[in-house]
Each structure stands twice: as structure tokens, then as C-alpha cells.
Design a protein around this ligand. Structure first.
Ligand code: ADP
Ligand code: MG
Ligand code: ZN
Length: 512
């Protein structure tokens, strides 16, 4: 007896179709699975046999061979438990009515036949729909995630017995559907708001400029000055996510198995804040069973690196590719795969090892040599990709005691959305350029025209402050964003002046 059943797996963040083939023939009783790594096979066999028996079915006393095709793609076992068990029940005619070939099956079995959550449901459901399948049968706890896909029947099941009863047409299970717009609305709210941050008007303005132009930002200030607090609120002023962005981000969380129960779509921009001891693989992704890393979990959102100089140098080095290309490519023996990773980088650091250089309340105990060594820990190439550096000084008592609320995130976001519209129009014919931060030299020449007065101002500043050519491009990009926020066609000298303020590290402010 032979049967085959559709299932699915993921490669990168895309789903692909799998076929589970089952052959049952007379002979000494054996059970083998081909096409899975050894350890996964052993575990899966145990679960399938136990689940079939404990659900009141018979496991055939024959030669049972299962093949998972295509064989050349490395898979993880658990999600195939359910299709394997169903295939065996079908081949032994314990499922009677003509099998509903139009479904794709996913689910891990526990020993008693309960069906447990699996990874990658969203991309697999999207693929199943594309392939024209009628529906997908999956674990109850994954149904919300699949519900984000329209135009395919979604049936959730609790255990093996229920699934068989459904396939035998003994019970009816309703299809699951979601009102995506409504879900999107509910999920797109943030718990935090910029109005909680007292004072720090200068830093807030710098963050607004960063968010408006998609510029990476570095905040420098003593411990407790509010750097983390500010960074956490960046997502609240970025433009609202589009449904497409939301689906992309959700796919990554789905593949990583990080979708919270009952959450259909991630509709807020991510904020990821990995600790400085993180490894390069955990940061950019990869590993023997490739997984998206923190940069991909930050896709369409914010990656926050707190205590930037404490990160290992090799870890910071690997950030270059995603910062440049908006994605990560992972090479493996069986070809390469890629994960999206377009994020805004926010970083924070103390001005010196003790944290209090330049502080008006506490005295710094570091030697100039220690400070220099601390600064040198951040690699030049990374610093090159950070357009804005901003000092975040400790708050004064009267600012902290002030009861007045700051400006709300929604207000700030309105201005940012306006500035982004200008950029969308500007770059509509450019591939891979969405905002001012992405401009290359050619585009900087084309789009950053400065008025006469501004030109003279910039020239003087460069000469007097000894700014490098590198700094020059960055100043122009940031000045472009500031003039977009102020709705100017040409960059004015005030915009240049503000942009220069955001180059603290070039101005070497703590060595003066
Ligand atoms: N500007 C501010 N407005 C309100 N509270 C603040 C502000 N700055 C700091 N705080 C308070 O101090 C705490 C520590 O701030 P934090 O953001 O962790 O500082 P840092 O990251 O610079 O060390 C915050 O959780 C917050 O309660
Ligand atoms: Mg902090
Ligand atoms: Zn110090």
C-alpha cells in the first residue's frame, strides 16, 4: 500500500512544498524514515508510533517506509509527525473516505496524540495558497498566524483522533478566518510614548531627524541619562507599518518560532536590543540549522546596540553587509539562503570607560589614554555607517522634576511621515533607495543642492573644524533630511549647521 501527503518546510523565510510518501509492504516489521537527519528520525518515529497507538489506532505490523521529498533539502523533523501518521493510517485504510489531497498538513505529535505548535506556519501557508491548495490543516496554536493569509481554508486540529474524524467526514471543523484589517489596527499600538521622556529636546530632535531620513544614530552620554529610554521609543515615531512590511516581519518571527500565541501579525516595528556578549551568528543569523539572527528580527524596525564599544569587534564587522544591502546571505554546502535585514541602527555608549567624561555633576576618573582606547574599540567602517552622533547629557534636577509632558509620539510621527513622502517621491525611480540615508555619492550630488549662503557656511565649517570628506557626505545627507522636514527645496545654512552638530565624534568633542 502506498500513499502520499503534502506538507511544507521553510528555506530562509520562504515556504516550500514537501511530499511525505508512505509505503507499507509485507515483511518483517520495520519502520524507517528517509530524508530527515538521524536524530530527528529517531524522535519522530517514537512520537508517531506512540501517538497512533494511544489514539486508539493500529500501527501496522509490516515494513513501513516513509520518504520525505525533496530529499536534498535539510529539514527539521517535528512538523512532519502529523502527515506521517496520517499517511500510515491512510495506507492501512484506517482513514476511509477518499483522502482530501487538496490539503497540506503540519503538526508535531506528542506521545498521547495531541498536536503541538510548529515553526514557519506563515510562509508555508503563503506557499500553499500560491500552489493552489484548497487548505491547510495545522495545530490549534498556529491558526492565528496562518489566518493572516486570505484565500485558503485554514483548519486547526487539537489531536490525531480529531483530525482522522474530520478526514473520515465524521465531524465537521469550521474554517478559521481573521479580519486582518482589524487585527492590524489592534496590533499596531505601542505601549511607550515619547511624551514620557522629560527634557532632552536636543536628543529628541536628533532622533526625529534620524527617523525621518532613515539615518543610523549613536547616542553618547553618562549612565542613566535616558539613552535606552529614548531608543526604545524610536519605533513609535517611525511611519506605521504597511501590511506588506508586517507580513515580511511576521514571516521572520514565524520561521524563528517566536510568534506569540494567538498573535496573527506583528504590526509594530520591532525593537531588538541584543546584549554585547552576543555572537556573530546570533546577531546576523546562520548556524548548522540556519536561523534568522537579531538583524533580521529587527527587519523594518530598530536594532539597538547598547554599550557599543563592548561588542566584540568581529561581531560589529558582520553588521556591514546588512547595513549595506538590507539583507544577510548565508552560504551553506547546499547553496546559499538569505534573510531580509533592513533596520535602523541605534547605538549608545558612555563618553569614557567610567561614564562621566564631560559630566557637570560627577568627575571622570579616566586617563586620556583610556578614553582613546575606549573610542578606538568602535571600528571605523561601522562608524562610517552612522550619520548622526548625539550627546545625551544627564538631566538637571529641575528638568526631571518638571511635571509637564513632552510632545507625543504621534505628533512627531506626523512630521516624519511628511518628510518620508518627499523622499518617496524623490527616489521613486531608484531601486533600493527609500530614504536619504541610502543615497550614494551620485545621488548626493544630484539631490543635495545647497543655497549660496549654505555653501559658504559648509566650506568654512569643513576648514575650521577639520572635517573629513567622509563627514562631508554625511552632513549633506542629514542636512537634506532636515530641509525635507522643514519643507525646503534647497538646503539652507541653518540645516547645514544643525547637521554639523550631529557629528560629535568628528569634532572630537571630548578631546578639546
Ligand atoms: N529624560 C528622562 N525623562 C524621564 N525619565 C528619565 C529620563 N532619563 C532617564 N530617566 C529615568 O532613568 C532611568 C534610566 O534611564 P536609561 O534610559 O536606562 O539611561 P541610560 O540608558 O542612558 O543609562 C529610566 O528608566 C527613567 O526612569
Ligand atoms: Mg542604557
Ligand atoms: Zn571617565
Amino acid at each position: 500500500m502506498f500513499s502520499n501527503i503534502s506538507s511544507g518546510a521553510v528555506l530562509g523565510i520562504d515556504g516550500y512544498l514537501m511530499t511525505v510518501e508512505i509505503d507499507i509492504s509485507p515483511g518483517l516489521p520495520t519502520f524507517s524514515i528517509v530524508g530527515l537527519p538521524d536524530t530527528a528520525v529517531k524522535e519522530s518515529k517514537n512520537r508517531v508510533v506512540a501517538a497512533i497507538k494511544n489514539s486508539g489506532f493500529n500501527f501496522p505490523v509490516k515494513r513501513v517506509t516513509v520518504n520525505l521529498a525533496p530529499a536534498d533539502i535539510k529539514k527539521e523533523g517535528a512538523a512532519f509527525d502529523l502527515p506521517i501518521a496520517l499517511g500510515i493510517l491512510f495506507a492501512t485504510e484506517q482513514i476511509k473516505v477518499s483522502f482530501r489531497k487538496k490539503y497540506l498538513f503540519l503538526g508535531e505529535l506528542s506521545l498521547d496524540g495531541e498536536i503541538k505548535k510548529v515553526k514557519g506556519v506563515l510562509p508555508i501557508t503563503l506557499m500553499a495558497k500560491q500552489r493552489g491548495l484548497k487548505g491547510i490543516i495545522l495545530p490549534e496554536s498556529n491558526k492565528s498566524e496562518a489566518g493572516a493569509v486570505k484565500g485558503i481554508e485554514i483548519i486547526s486540529v487539537k489531536n490525531l483522533r480529531e483530525t482522522v474524524d474530520f478526514l473520515n467526514e465524521e465531524i465537521n471543523l469550521p474554517g478559521f478566518s481573521l479580519n486582518i484589517e482589524e487585527v492590524f489596527q489592534t496590533n499596531s499600538r505601542y505601549d511607550l510614548d515619547f511624551q514620557d521622556v522629560k527634557g532632552q529636546e536636543y536628543a529628541k530632535r536628533a532622533l526625529e531627524v534620524s527617523a525621518a531620513g532613515g539615518h543610523n544614530i549613536l547616542m553618547i552620554g553618562p549612565p542613566g541619562s535616558g539613552k535606552t529610554m529614548l531608543a526604545k521609543r524610536i519605533p513609535t515615531i517611525l511611519p506605521e507599518m504597511t501590511i506588506e512590511e508586517s507580513i515580511e516581519t511576521t514571516k521572520i518571527y514565524s520561521v524563528k518560532g517566536m510568534m506569540p500565541y494567538n498573535l496573527a501579525l506583528i504590526a509594530t516595528r520591532s525593537f531588538r536590543s541584543p546584549h554585547h556578549t552576543i555572537s556573530d551568528v546570533a546577531l546576523i543569523g546562520g548556524g548548522t540549522r540556519p536561523r534568522p539572527g537579531e538583524v533580521s528580527l529587527s527587519h523594518n524596525g530598530v536594532l539597538f546596540l547598547d554599550e557599543l564599544p563592548e561588542f566584540h569587534r568581529n561581531v560589529l564587522e558582520v553588521l556591514r553587509q546588512p547595513l549595506e544591502d538590507g539583507m544577510v546571505t548565508i552560504s551553506r554546502a547546499a547553496g546559499s539562503l538569505s534573510y531580509p535585514a533592513r533596520f535602523m541602527l541605534a547605538a549608545a555608549m558612555n563618553p569614557c570607560p567610567c561614564g562621566f567624561y564631560g559630566d557637570s555633576n560627577r568627575e571622570c576618573v579616566c586617563t586620556p589614554f583610556q578614553i582613546q582606547r575606549y573610542m578606538n574599540k568602535i571600528s571605523g567602517p561601522l562608524l562610517d555607517r552612522i550619520d548622526i552622533h548625539v550627546e545625551v547629557p544627564a538631566l538637571k534636577y529641575n528638568e526631571l522634576a518638571n511635571k509637564k509632558c513632552g510632545e507625543s509620539s504621534l505628533n512627531i510621527r506626523d512630521r516624519i511621515v511628511q518628510a518620508r513622502k518627499v523622499q518617496q517621491e524623490r527616489f521613486k525611480n531608484h531601486k533600493n533607495v527609500y530614504c536619504n540615508a541610502h543615497m550614494q555619492s551620485k545621488q548626493i550630488k544630484k539631490y543635495c543642492s545647497i543655497n549660496k549662503e549654505g555653501e559658504v557656511f559648509l566650506q568654512n565649517a569643513i576648514e575650521n573644524l577639520g572635517l573629513s570628506a567622509r563627514a562631508y557626505d554625511r552632513i549633506l545627507k542629514v542636512a537634506r533630511t532636515i530641509s525635507d522636514l522643514e519643507k525646503f527645496e534647497d538646503i539652507q545654512s541653518t540645516h547645514i549647521a544643525e547637521a554639523i552638530q550631529y557629528r560629535s565624534l568628528d569634532r572630537n568633542f571630548w578631546m578639546q
